[in-house]
Design a protein around this ligand. Sequence first.
Ligand code: FES
Length: 106
Amino acid sequence: MEWQKIFPEPEEARKRLHAGRPQLLLIGDQRVCLVLFENNLYALEDKCSHNGESLSKGTVNYLGEVSCPWHGYRFKLATGRETGERSRDLKTYLIKEDAQGVYLWI
Ligand code: FES
């Protein structure tokens, strides 16, 4: 695990991501669902723990949960917790920001 730079500066991340719309981020062979929500960045594993759909194709609700497009399971952006307790929680990734960039611990 190491810090991977994903944006050259925090403002660039906020310009390129649409608030509340998940974005797929590929780092090597790892797929990460990246979300800008209420001006905070969140990163979760992209593969839904129910049946494997890509969560970056999903939607984000006002509670800060990403919904899977297949069967609607919802996961907390901050913790990866599956809200209905039907499936395992998702792995989340740490993000840090400073003047030199935005970094993901992966
Ligand atoms: S594959 Fe995501 S809810 Fe079924």
